[in-house]
Design a protein around this ligand. Structure first.
Ligand SMILES: Cc1cc2nc3c(=O)[nH]c(=O)nc-3n(C[C@H](O)[C@H](O)[C@H](O)COP(=O)(O)OP(=O)(O)OC[C@H]3O[C@@H](n4cnc5c(N)ncnc54)[C@H](O)[C@@H]3O)c2cc1C
Length: 209
């Protein structure tokens, strides 16, 4: 009997929850290797927020593989050092990015986060993103993974990817499922150690010129 080839083998259906940077990046990769997928996004449309974002050396080979490195360079500025200033533009500290360049051969880039999001978004066919789909619950049934959304719709596939950000509903659901099966690794049952403090604030904007 002949073995199934990569052409005839059934391809797994991938469900991606979240059309942020992670979800769109995965979609572009799946698009390139012709694996069926659908993105489920809770928002009505993708509205990328934020201001500047920066990538350093180790990430660029992945962006080359995605075919977006050259376009990203066009919307970016390369930098070799960063200075931190207070609201009066008095220098508080700095770091050099030279070493990254020497180690990786790629310049560090800084760019607008919304524009990077646009570069990703335009590579994903519109019909492969379902908006207004807030995933609330997941379950495994009859060899499939099922997602249940807040508008009472459900979908199923073979692989579920939680790309739904920091407060990931998918991750929390998976945690409950695994806890129910007593399948959580020991480390996940221990208290989470936080040995840093985060301070969030907004400075009075300075004129970038
Ligand atoms: C202003 C700003 C600047 C940043 N600068 C940098 C930087 O310089 N360098 C760097 O490496 N990182 C930076 N980051 C962090 C980086 O942007 C995040 O790490 C990245 O966006 C995470 O991507 P993500 O796709 O995992 O999640 P997100 O971008 O949070 O996307 C998650 C998506 O999932 C959707 N979603 C959530 N819950 C559900 C649900 N239940 N059902 C369906 N959809 C759902 C959300 O609506 C969202 O679209 C910055 C972030 C911000 C905000």
């Amino acid at each position: 009997m002949s073995q199934p080839t990569s052409e005839t083998k059934p391809r797994p259906e991938v469900l991606i929850v979240g059309a942020g940077i992670a979800g769109l990046t995965l979609a572009i990769l799946l698009e390139q290797i012709n694996i069926p997928y659908q993105i489920f996004e809770r928002a009505e449309e993708v509205k990328p927020l934020g201001s500047a974002m920066s990538f350093t050396g180790s990430l660029f080979p992945a962006l080359e593989q995605l075919g977006i490195y050259e376009e990203l360079k066009q919307i970016s500025k390369a930098y070799t050092s960063v200075e931190f200033c207070n609201a009066c533009l008095k220098k508080m500290g700095n770091f050099s990015a030279e070493e990254n360049y020497i180690a990786s051969g790629y310049e560090n880039l800084v760019f607008s986060r919304p524009r990077f999001h646009e570069i990703l978004l335009k590579r994903v066919p519109e019909h492969k993103i379902s908006f207004k789909k807030k995933v609330l619950r997941i379950e495994e049934k009859e060899g499939k993974v099922h997602i249940h959304c807040s508008d009472d719709t459900s979908y199923n596939g073979d692989i579920l990817v939680g790309a739904d950000g920091t407060y990931s509903e998918v991750r929390q659901n998976m945690y409950k499922l695994m806890d129910g099966k007593r399948a959580l690794p020991k480390e996940d049952l221990e208290d989470f150690m936080v040995n840093y403090t985060t301070i969030v604030g907004v400075a009075t904007p300075s004129n970038p010129e």
